[in-house]
Design a protein around this ligand. Structure first.
Ligand code: GDP
Ligand code: IMO
Ligand code: MG
Length: 423
């Protein structure tokens, strides 16, 4: 059985794109299964830097098939732009497919995302990427969404598009949302739909053919566990299942076919957007991590909030995802520090717990309990093996793995492909 799932075990931006690129060396196909162009997955190869939003990060390996799975929400305009940018950089796209069952992000979804975020009172703002993700998944669940398969029949697509555009104008414009010019919007969207039409395929047929042929498939998660609609810090989450369990419905793969789950974990923690973050450092230490780690959103450019590695949250995440191996990224960002900290428990109203609370209000009251370890004060960026890491870096990683009860399978000590090695 040759299906592996890779997910982020924190709040996104763990370095999934880079690790997918590395693991794609051994994969025949890479499939995205949820989210949309809210994702920003960075891959650096030599002097070149690519940021993938919708297209699987495996696309940079020229022989790998890439599928945008049925669980993804696809903005045709964003996809066309991403495809054009890649083609311009000589990345061949004939191996790309978009699932006919994927739902489409339409212009009213983006207007609605903006409307809801701007009118919400400050404590209720989610800090979304404004890409229309939540409203598009809401339409899917309300069973009014447009799917990629409809693009194959222009008259049908146009009828459905205009009905939904009209419904948006009738429902939300009276509340103060921006009016949608349906004629103009349709013309723009249709141009992009025609561009992506040749790539729309029944991905279930493609994926299951690959499975029967014994091909190796890598399922690429977007966002992270604590942005999961069920398991995240609700309501400060995204609108899909970002956890490993979401990969099966999102790609149309049976659970039995999955043999391995990779959890990508940054050596510290970051979060972008609003919501609880127990180990956040709102001080010079946090600023230092942001500067050293280049922690600015790959999609929106927003500064990421930074903090220490949270073992309580990460253990919860490893449990939910059934992580077999961790890929630890950005160890190098900690290289200069005198000491490093692991949050091993939470103190809530004076009571110490090792469980991750469900309630946002409770999460906001957490005082982290830290274990402090010595730093290593040496560069790790040129390490090529576990044994080449400074002793205190190994000590930090071993302690984290011990507390998480999960093995480290891969280590990343810089953004480039070759700054990665197996444990
Ligand atoms: P993703 O959304 O999980 O794919 O992560 P992002 O691409 O949004 O953010 C990760 C950032 O860290 C990117 O700028 C990567 O190039 C960079 N990166 C990945 N791994 C490492 C690493 O080990 N060290 C350093 N310094 N940067 C890394
Ligand atoms: P990758 O795949 C980090 C966050 C947003 C916001 C919340 C909801 O690059 O790790 P949405 O637009 O999805 O409705 O926003 O989720 N968010 C991410 N944070 N990395 C991402 O993706 C994210 N995608 C969404 O900042 O807090
Ligand atoms: Mg990202």
């Amino acid at each position: 059985m040759a299906v592996s799932i890779l997910i982020g075990i924190q709040w996104g931006d763990e370095g999934k794109g880079k690790i997918i690129d590395v693991l794609t060396r051994d994969a025949d196909m890479v499939v995205r299964f949820q989210g949309g162009n809210n994702a920003g997955h960075t891959v650096e190869i030599g002097p070149e830097k690519f940021i993938l939003h919708l297209i699987p990060s495996g696309i940079l390996h020229k022989d790998t098939d890439c599928v945008i799975g049925n669980g993804v929400v696809v903005d045709p305009l964003a996809l066309k732009k991403e495809m054009e940018d890649l083609l311009e950089r000589k990345i061949e796209l004939a191996r790309l497919q978009v699932s006919s069952r994927s739902h489409l992000i339409m212009p009213w979804h983006k207007l609605l995302d903006k409307f809801k975020e701007t009118r919400a009172e400050p404590s209720k703002k989610i800090g979304t990427t404004m890409r229309g993700i939540g409203p598009a998944y809401a339409s899917k669940m309300a069973r009014t969404g447009l799917r990629a398969v409809e693009i194959l029949d222009k008259a049908r697509f146009e009828k459905h598009f205009r009905e939904e555009a009209e419904d948006y104008n009738a429902t939300y414009v009276p509340l103060g949302a921006e009016k949608l010019d349906a004629d103009k919007a349709f013309a723009e969207v249709w141009e992009a739909c025609e561009y992506i039409r040749p790539y729309i395929q029944d991905s279930i047929v493609t994926i299951h053919k690959a499975l029967r042929e014994g091909k190796k498939i890598l399922l690429e998660g977007a966002q992270g566990t604590f942005l999961d609609i069920d398991h995240g810090t609700y309501p400060f989450v995204t609108s899909s299942n970002t956890t490993s369990g979401g990969a099966c419905p999102g790609a149309g793969i049976p659970p039995r076919a999955v043999s391995c789950v990779w959890g990508v974990i940054k050596a510290y923690t970051t979060r972008v957007g609003e919501g609880p973050f127990p180990t956040e450092l709102k001080n010079a230490e946090g600023d230092n991590l942001r500067t050293k780690g280049g922690e600015f959103g790959a999609t929106t450019g927003r500064p990421r909030r930074c903090g220490w590695l949270d073992i309580v949250a990460s253990r919860h995440s490893c449990m939910i995802n059934g992580v077999d191996f961790l890929a630890v990224t950005k160890l190098d960002v900690l290289d200069d520090l005198d000491t490093v900290k692991l949050c091993t428990a939470y103190r809530i109203d004076g009571v110490v717990t090792e469980n991750f609370p469900a309630d946002t209000e409770t999460l906001n009251r957490i005082e982290p309990v830290y274990e402090t370890l010595p730093g290593w004060k040496q560069p790790t960026t040129s390490a090529q093996s576990w044994d080449e890491l400074p002793e205190n870096a190994r000590r930090y990683l071993n302690r984290a793995a011990e507390l998480l009860q999960v093995k480290i399978g891969l280590l990343s000590v810089g953004p480039k492909r070759d700054q990665t090695f197996h444990r």
